[in-house]
Design a protein around this ligand. Structure first.
Ligand SMILES: Nc1ncnc2c1ncn2[C@@H]1O[C@H](COP(=O)(O)OP(=O)(O)OP(=O)(O)O)[C@@H](O)[C@H]1O
Ligand SMILES: O=P(O)(O)OC[C@@]1(O)O[C@H](CO)[C@@H](O)[C@@H]1O
Length: 333
């Protein structure tokens, strides 16, 4: 099942929203041993935050002539040039609302022995309500019927937990399709919203879905049932990412279990964001569920081989396409 290299002509507008972006400071270590002194092998800074990473991957996937990915959210004006340079280099349309102060710097301790990362993410800048109003105006101007809008990451301090549901309600009114990738209270609150404020799709990782369900999944059945419960509640697509185990794709009618082969890992940071970008790329071309799963897993696999929010060229991403195992499971009754 080989994927074509060229996307169809009519690509819907794609927006990513990052309310709490970050500069990712990756510190490379030979091996992370808590409680000891480490001599860093090297250090890198990159524009980050979940929606910024999704936009970065989608911009790399995009062909000349296709509309730019629009990235918005709230950005500290003090260190905005780091992000501006990134957006300019990738041809991403920058619609971030600037707020006073510096965007947070998140520390990523990369253990080169295992490829695992330990994250230290500070709370971030506290926006004022005027900034959210400005963001709503941006979304109203940029999103329209058929747009795909990705809302990802934590909420900055001081914002009500209901912030995502209010944004989703506005976007639903415009006729956009919203994909939400957030954890904890923000995720729980967004999923407890009335039907007109529910996202169309969600991408929790296994831990985040367990937190929502209030149970540890002892087998796949528990995870499928929890995801299916969300579908019955009105979510169109639930994608549960499971690290090296791959991901589960659940809708009312389909349950697909995707597994990657054993992969070379340079960094796991942003693998979930690449997975979301792959979903978006496939959904933008109205792909059927199995192709959505393969594209999502292929983006994540391509991203794992590198650090920072970028993908290799299309051919390299698609070289993973047929290496993914997709198993069709029976949806619960
Ligand atoms: N070690 C690995 N080997 C193979 N594939 C992996 C590995 N880690 C992650 N992946 C791929 O990346 C996808 C997303 O990873 P993960 O489940 O860690 O997301 P996440 O918790 O949302 O991560 P993040 O928030 O750091 O982006 C997985 O569904 C899988 O396809
Ligand atoms: O603190 P949040 O918003 O939950 O996550 C932020 C973050 O860890 O997510 C991205 C990886 O997915 C990184 O670029 C960034 O530092």
């Amino acid at each position: 099942m080989t994927a074509p290299l060229h996307a169809p002509l009519h690509i819907p507008a794609i927006l990513t929203v990052t309310l709490n972006p970050a500069i990712d400071h990756t510190v490379r270590l030979k091996e992370l041993i808590p409680g000891t002194v480490h001599r860093a092998l090297g250090s890198e800074w990159a524009a980050g935050g979940k929606g910024v990473n999704v936009a970065g991957c989608l911009a790399d996937w995009r062909l000349d002539g296709e509309p730019s990915v629009v990235a918005t959210g709230l950005l500290g004006e003090g260190n905005a040039p780091t992000f501006e340079a990134f957006f300019a280099a990738k041809g991403i349309a920058d619609r971030f609302v600037r707020i006073p102060g510096h965007t947070r710097t998140n520390i990523k301790l990369l253990d080169e022995a295992t490829g695992d990362t330990t994250d230290i993410n500070p709370a971030g800048l506290m926006p004022q309500s005027i900034h959210l109003e400005q963001l709503r105006a941006v979304l109203e101007a940029e999103a329209s019927a058929g747009s795909i809008v990705v809302l990802s990451g934590s909420l900055p301090p001081g914002l009500p937990h209901a912030t995502y549901r209010e944004i989703v309600r506005g976007l639903n009114r415009e006729g956009a399709r919203v994909i939400l990738d957030a954890g904890g209270r923000a995720f729980r609150d967004a999923l407890a919203a009335p039907a007109d404020a529910l996202p169309w799709a969600v991408k929790p990782n296994q831990y985040e879905l367990e937190q929502w369900a209030g149970e540890r999944f002892v087998d796949l059945g528990g995870m499928v049932r929890a995801a299916h419960r969300l579908c019955r509640q009105g979510i169109g697509l639930v994608v549960v990412s499971r690290g090296a185990e791959g991901a589960l794709f659940v809708s009312e009618r389909h349950v697909l279990l995707g597994r990657p082969p054993i992969l070379q890992v340079a960094s796991t940071v942003g693998a979930g964001d690449a997975l979301v970008a792959g979903m978006v790329a496939a959904l933008a071309e109205k792909a059927e569920p199995e192709r959505v799963a393969r594209m999502a897993l292929s983006f994540a696999a391509a991203k794992l081989a590198r650090r920072g929010p970028s993908l290799p060229d299309r051919a390299a991403v698609l070289s993973h396409f047929d290496t993914m195992t997709i198993e069709r499971l029976t949806p619960p009754v």
